[in-house]
Ligand binder design. Structure first.
Ligand code: NAG
Ligand code: NAG
Ligand code: NAG
Ligand code: NAG
Ligand code: NAG
Ligand code: NAG
Length: 460
C-alpha cells in the first residue's frame, strides 16, 4: 500500500518535473518573442521625428534675438510643437517654469521636460556653468540638438574630440556611450526615442549615491508621471484603432504572462512549510542544550539531505559559508542552505541580538525560531508578538513589521514566492551604510551559484 503510494508519487513527480521544464522553456521563449516583437514595432508609437526637430532647433537658433537667448529659443520650440501636434496625438508640458536639476553620469544641469512617454522624451537640458561627464549607455537613440554654446564629446578609441555648436546635433545610437562636456554654458534640445523606462536608473543613481537632492527627484518623477499616465489611461485617444489594438494586445500579453507566472509559481516549490516547522521543532527537541545552534543546524541539514534527492533540489553543504547580512537596519550572520528563483532557506541569527525593519517581501516568509526569542510589531498594534524556540513567525507577502531578535537568537528562515525582487532590500544597507563590499561580493557569489546549480537540475 505504502510502496504503491510512493511509486505513484514518484511518477507524479517525474511528470511534474517534465511539465515544469517544458513550461519554463515555453515561458522563456514567449518572453523573448514578445520582447523582440515589442522592440520591432516600437516605432509605431513614435510621434516626433529627428529631422523636423533638427530643423526646428536650427530655426529656433536663427530666430533668436541673440545667440544666448535661450528663453526665446525654448519659446519658439514649444510654440511650434504646440501648433504642429494636436493634443490628441501627443501631450506637451507647456509650463516652462518647471525646471529641475538633473545629475547623471557625474554631470549636472537643469532640465525642462517638454514631453515624456514610454518610447520618447523631449527635454531642454543645460547649465550656464558648464559641466562634464558620462553620457550613460542609452536604451534609446539620442539626438542632442545644441541651441546655445558648444558641446564637446569623445568616444574611447578616438584621439580627437567631436565639437558641436549651436544648430548642430550630436547623435548617439542606442548602446553607445561617450564622455561629453558642455563647455562654458550650453543648452540643448534633447530628443530620445526607444525604450525610455530602462534609462531612468541612470538618470537617478547620482541622486542616491552622491547629491541626495531628493526634492529634484520628486519633481522629476511628477513630471515624468504626467505623460505616461495619459498614455496608459487614454490609449484609445492617443492611438488610432490598429495601434490601439497592438498596444492593448501587448499590454494584455504582459499582464497575462505575469499573472500566469505568479499563478503557477507554486509548481516550483519543493519545500513545505509544515514539514519545515516539524523539522525545526525536532531540531530544537533533539539538541543537547537550548543553545546548541550548531547541533540543530546539523540535524536540519542531515534531514533535508536524506529527504530531498539532489536531482530535485540542491542544498549547500558547506557549513563554513557564513556571511554577514545587513538589511533594514538589522544585522546578523547568514548561512544559505538553499536559494533558487522561487524559494530560499537560510539560517539567520546573531548571539548579540539585533533589531530592524522586515522589508516589504515579495515572498511569504516563515521564520522558524531555533534558539532564543524574536519579538515583532506591526504598526497599529500596541502589543508585541513574541516567538520562542520551536514556534514560527509567518510574514505573508507584502506585510511589514519591526522585529527584534532579543538577547541573541538563531532561526531557520524559509521564503517562497519571487526571490529576486527581495535582493535589493538585502543589499541596500551595504551600499548606503556599511560599505562592506567583501560581504556583498560573497553574498552575491553564493546566491548566484546556488540559483544556477538549482536551475541546472530544473529547479526554478
Ligand atoms: C515648425 O518648424 C518647422 C521647422 O522649422 C517648420 O517647417 C514649420 O513650418 C513650423 N511649424 C509651425 C506651425 O510653426
Ligand atoms: C547674452 O550675451 C550678452 C553679450 O554677450 C550679455 O550682455 C547678456 O547678459 C547675455 N544674456 C544672457 C541671458 O546670458
Ligand atoms: C483621459 O481620459 C479620461 C477618462 O476617459 C478623461 O477624463 C481625460 O480628460 C482624458 N485626458 C486627456 C488629457 O485626454
Ligand atoms: C493609423 O495607423 C496606420 C497603420 O497602423 C497608419 O498607416 C495610419 O496613418 C494611421 N492613421 C492615423 C490617422 O494616424
Ligand atoms: C526529517 O524530519 C521530519 C520532521 O521531523 C521527520 O518526519 C522525518 O522522519 C525526518 N526524516 C529523516 C530522514 O530523518
Ligand atoms: C550555552 O549555555 C550554557 C549554559 O547556559 C553555557 O555554558 C554555554 O557556553 C552556552 N553555549 C553557547 C554556544 O552559547
Amino acid at each position: 500500500m505504502s510502496t504503491q503510494w510512493y511509486d505513484s508519487q514518484k511518477n507524479n513527480l517525474r511528470l511534474s518535473t517534465m511539465t515544469i521544464r517544458s513550461l519554463s522553456a515555453i515561458s522563456l521563449v514567449v518572453l523573448v518573442v514578445v520582447g523582440r516583437w515589442l522592440d520591432n514595432i516600437k516605432r509605431r508609437w513614435y510621434v516626433l521625428d529627428p529631422e523636423s526637430l533638427h530643423e526646428l532647433a536650427k530655426s529656433a537658433v536663427a530666430a533668436a534675438s541673440s545667440p544666448n537667448d535661450t528663453a526665446g529659443m525654448i519659446q519658439h520650440i514649444v510654440t511650434n510643437l504646440t501648433n504642429t501636434y494636436s493634443p490628441s496625438q501627443i501631450k506637451l508640458n507647456r509650463d516652462s517654469k518647471e525646471w529641475v536639476f538633473n545629475n547623471a553620469g557625474g554631470a549636472m544641469g537643469a532640465m525642462y521636460i517638454i514631453h515624456a512617454s514610454i518610447t520618447e522624451y523631449l527635454i531642454i537640458f543645460g547649465t550656464p556653468l558648464g559641466t562634464e561627464g558620462h553620457s550613460g549607455v542609452h536604451t534609446s537613440d539620442d539626438y542632442f540638438n545644441i541651441l546655445v554654446g558648444e558641446e564637446w564629446a569623445f568616444a574611447p578609441g578616438s584621439l580627437e574630440m567631436e565639437r558641436y555648436t549651436a544648430g548642430m546635433v550630436n547623435y548617439m545610437s542606442r548602446g553607445t556611450a561617450k564622455q561629453y562636456k558642455m563647455h562654458r554654458g550650453c543648452f540643448a534640445l534633447e530628443y530620445a526615442r526607444g525604450w525610455i523606462p530602462p534609462m531612468l536608473p541612470f538618470g537617478f543613481i547620482d541622486t542616491f549615491t552622491s547629491t541626495l537632492d531628493f526634492f529634484s527627484l520628486y519633481d522629476t518623477c511628477l513630471d515624468l508621471w504626467y505623460d505616461p499616465e495619459i498614455y496608459i489611461l487614454n490609449l484609445s485617444m492617443t492611438f488610432n484603432l490598429s495601434k490601439w489594438n497592438i498596444g492593448a494586445i501587448a499590454l494584455l500579453c504582459l499582464v497575462v504572462l505575469a499573472r500566469w507566472l505568479d499563478h503557477v509559481k507554486d509548481r516550483w516549490y519543493v519545500f513545505d512549510p509544515d514539514f519545515l516547522h516539524e523539522l525545526a521543532q525536532s531540531a530544537v527537541a533533539s539538541a543537547f542544550s537550548p543553545n546548541d545552534t550548531a547541533g540543530m543546524i546539523d540535524h536540519i541539514v542531515t534531514n533535508l539531505t536524506s529527504t530531498y534527492a539532489s536531482s530535485q533540489v540542491k542544498l549547500n553543504h558547506d557549513s563554513t559559508e557564513w556571511v554577514l547580512s545587513n538589511a533594514g537596519g538589522a544585522m546578523g550572520s547568514m548561512r544559505i542552505l538553499h536559494a533558487s528563483i522561487t524559494e530560499y532557506l537560510i539560517i539567520f541569527g546573531t548571539p548579540l541580538g539585533t533589531e530592524g525593519h522586515s522589508g516589504i517581501l515579495s515572498a511569504d516568509d516563515y521564520f522558524h525560531i531555533l534558539v532564543g526569542e524574536q519579538w515583532a510589531f506591526a504598526p497599529g498594534s500596541f502589543e508585541m508578538e513574541r516567538y520562542t524556540a520551536g514556534t514560527v513567525h509567518f510574514l505573508p507577502r507584502g506585510v511589514t513589521k519591526q522585529y527584534k531578535m532579543h538577547r541573541g537568537c538563531f532561526a531557520l528562515e524559509y521564503a517562497r514566492g519571487w526571490i529576486p525582487p527581495m535582493l535589493p532590500f538585502g543589499l541596500a544597507d551595504t551600499l548606503t551604510s556599511t560599505l562592506d563590499f567583501f560581504t556583498l561580493y560573497h553574498t552575491a557569489r553564493i546566491t548566484a551559484r546556488e540559483v544556477l546549480r538549482n536551475l541546472f537540475v530544473g529547479k526554478i
